[in-house]
Write a protein that binds this ligand. Structure first.
Ligand SMILES: [Zn+2]
Length: 364
């Protein structure tokens, strides 16, 4: 199996267009045409992680955090990133990273954290905006089913836990084919009336090219009419953070102790305990403090994230319990997502979670 097959499996799960503007998710180093000898899964790429891959004889390292974030004018080994780049190239290792695209994807980083805590009824805390498009097209009755099916196969019509969503209205289309046209129905130079179905469906904006291509390939008309409308709806299936519910409420202390254990946190930092019961939990792996206002607005009892700045703690005792569990600690189980995506598709492929704790922060 080629490395590019694994990369495309990861990108079907967490499409690159879902990444945030600052990010550099995707292929970092290497040639994906190579046969994959095995994949090592990690949170961060370090020299020790690359040594681990080399020792295993694996030529693919898949990380959550991208190794490369900036442009380089020289690569001389003056810092750990450059040394990793040199080591990877020298040993024919491909490095691939799924970062904020995996944070924002359904089933991504925050879903994994929620699973570890045991949350139900999950909802995205801050759904993506300006990411959806409405497609409207007009198709002769007899071809409506095949056009709809092609659109759904190309990625249209997904709303929450439903697929194949569309609205269909019967009507009449008119056209006159001029000289040089090759009309599917009607005659050259004559005004034609055709019974048509107006099909409306929804798609993520990044699938536009793929969907239009599918539409043009299946629509019977020489010049299919279609409209694409930008939508102001939030995309409730993609975005930052998660909010969910516990089956049974817990006291603040019970909850914090449980979190400390699950995520093996050296020290959980939190704001003042006020005696509230914890039932509704908002969370975001990594540096998620920017979601505190959304967590408060959604009525969560607690907000858990990897990093919170000192000043951000002030003044929220009455709003919410805030708990900071460490960046590495919060995202460490991301490796398990890579594992299940690849294992499901390629059951016999050599695959291993890195045994190296790459957390640079230690607790005294
Ligand atoms: Zn992170």
């Amino acid at each position: 199996m080629k490395i590019k097959e694994i990369v495309s499996a990861l990108e079907r799960f967490a499409p690159l267009p879902l990444q945030d503007g600052f990010d550099n998710a995707g292929l970092q180093i290497g040639l994906t045409e190579a046969e994959a000898t095995g994949a090592l899964l990690c949170l961060d790429v370090t020299e020790a992680v690359l040594d681990e891959a080399i020792a295993l004889g694996y030529n693919l390292v898949i990380s959550h955090h991208p190794l490369i974030f900036k442009g380089y004018k020289s690569i001389t080994g003056k810092d750990y990133v450059e040394r990793c780049i040199l080591k990877a190239i020298k040993n024919d290792i491909v490095i691939y990273s799924a970062h904020t695209n995996l944070d924002n994807a359904q089933g991504g980083v925050n879903y994994k954290i929620a699973e570890k805590i045991g949350l139900k009824n999950l909802k995205v805390l801050e759904p993506k905006e300006n990411s959806l498009v409405k497609l409207v097209t007009f198709v002769p009755y007899a071809q409506a089913d095949s056009v709809r099916e092609a659109l759904f196969a190309a990625g249209c019509g997904n709303i929450g836990n439903y697929d194949s969503c569309s609205y269909n209205l019967k009507g009449e289309g008119t056209f006159r084919a001029n000289e040089g046209a090759h009309p599917f129905c009607g005659a050259i130079g004559e005004l034609h009336h055709e019974d048509e179905v107006r099909i409306e469906t929804i798609l993520p904006i990044y699938k536009k090219a793929e969907v239009v291509k599918a539409l043009l390939s299946v629509h019977p008309y020489e010049e299919p009419a279609f409209d694409l409308y930008p939508l102001q709806n939030d995309w409730s299936q993609a975005g930052s953070g998660i909010v969910g519910e516990l089956d049974d409420s817990e006291t603040e202390l019970e909850f914090l102790k449980r979190i400390k254990k699950i995520f093996e946190v050296g020290c959980v930092r939190h704001n003042k305990l006020t005696g509230r019961e914890i039932q509704k939990v908002a969370l975001c792996g990594g540096a998620g403090a920017f979601l505190l206002p959304q967590a408060i607005r959604t009525g969560a009892d607690v907000f858990i994230t990897g990093e919170i700045k000192y000043h951000d703690y002030f003044g929220h005792e009455g709003d919410i319990l805030m708990a900071e569990i460490g960046h590495y600690e919060s995202e460490q189980y991301t490796k398990e997502i890579f594992y299940s995506i690849i294992r499901d598709l390629f059951p016999n492929f050599a695959l291993q979670l890195s045994k190296i704790n790459t957390n640079p922060i230690k607790y005294l």
